[in-house]
Design a binder for this molecule. Structure first.
Ligand code: C2E
Ligand code: CA
Ligand code: CA
Ligand code: CA
Length: 280
């Protein structure tokens, strides 16, 4: 059954070829696209559910406004960029753009908010990693504790001790550090005892339809309890349903980021939202 005789196989083969071709085009276009400002900052509000559902910040999420292909979501190019240095360039660019936005927002009299930026694990063990983020934060005069760096949980599979050292350095420089996608894979609860992070982002999968909501909620509320006792903020990501909000409020979760309140939006829209009613 390995012969190439079904049309379905040929079609599949064709698709792979097309995707590989497109991959190399995207790779070739990436650096000029950074220079041309084609990578846009989208922001998804984070809502403080223990204080009247007030917006307390946002996560910065990249979108590629590609002249040929339109708006491309990060799932299409981030994994590709992670195969090379491109991801480091893009992450640095996004971080600087976030600082530029935050500076102008604060200069315009905006109240303090917490802005979180994603950092791929590819770049963090390279020399100069901490120095870059510290220098850019200083360049734009961003006050302490307004910038948060999100590291995906699977960083823990790389080198926990080295990662801990980076987190300690960054926190000394006034960054908040959070663990993204917590509970999705490699996390060992045991590791948390040595890892001085400020926040845990409970993985989106916790809040998808599950077979047994009761069991799921027991697990989630115990994560929240544990975090609370370790003085770590909890952020529930990907919440889409009203009854989940209620559950999380009662379970003492601090923050929700999910479609139930708002989808990621262009930075201008987020700023307008902050200026208007800042309760969701
Ligand atoms: P992430 O960091 O886990 O970001 C959360 C993702 O969940 C976002 O997808 C967001 O739009 C989505 N989301 C939030 N709330 C809901 C909800 O209620 N329902 C559903 N179905 N989805 C929700 P997005 O923007 O497509 O980003 C996907 C991933 O791409 C991110 O996952 C992150 O890993 C990566 N990414 C995005 N921007 C950057 C960046 O600047 N640098 C790096 N290294 N990675 C980035
Ligand atoms: Ca994230
Ligand atoms: Ca996440
Ligand atoms: Ca669920």
């Amino acid at each position: 059954a390995k012969e190439k005789n079904g049309s379905a196989f040929v079609y599949y083969d064709d698709n792979i070829r097309k995707k590989t071709l497109e991959d190399s085009t995207l790779e070739a276009e990436a650096e000029p696209a950074i220079r041309n400002g084609e990578f846009r900052l989208y922001m998804q509000p984070k809502v403080d559910i223990q204080n009247g559902n007030r917006i307390c910040g946002a996560e910065v999420l990249v979108r590629w406004q590609n002249p040929r292909m339109g708006l491309i979501p990060p799932g299409r190019f981030i994994p590709l960029f992670e195969k090379s240095d491109l991801i480091i360039k893009l992450d640095r660019y996004m971080f600087e753009q976030a600082c530029i936005w935050l500076k102008s927002y604060l200069d315009g009299g905006g109240r303090p908010v917490n802005i979180a930026v994603n950092v791929s694990k590819v770049g963090i063990f390279q020399p100069g990693f901490v120095e870059y983020y510290v220098a850019v934060k200083k360049k734009y005069g961003i006050p302490h504790h307004m910038l948060e760096l999100e590291f995906t949980e699977n960083i823990l599979a790389v080198d926990t001790e080295l990662f801990s050292d980076l987190v300690i350095k960054l926190r000394k420089e006034g960054f908040l550090c959070s663990l993204d996608d917590f509970g999705s894979g490699y996390s060992s609860l045991n590791l948390l005892k040595d890892l001085p992070v400020d926040a845990l982002k409970l993985d989106i999968l916790f809040f998808r339809k599950s077979r047994d909501v009761r069991r799921e909620r027991i697990v989630v509320s115990n994560f929240i309890n544990m975090a609370k006792q370790l003085n770590i903020t909890t952020i529930a990501e990907g919440v889409e349903e009203e009854d989940t909000v209620e559950f999380l409020q009662n379970a003492d979760c601090d923050v929700i980021q999910g479609y139930i309140f708002a989808k990621p939006m262009p930075k201008e829209e987020f700023e307008a939202m902050l200026g208007g009613t800042d309760h969701l």
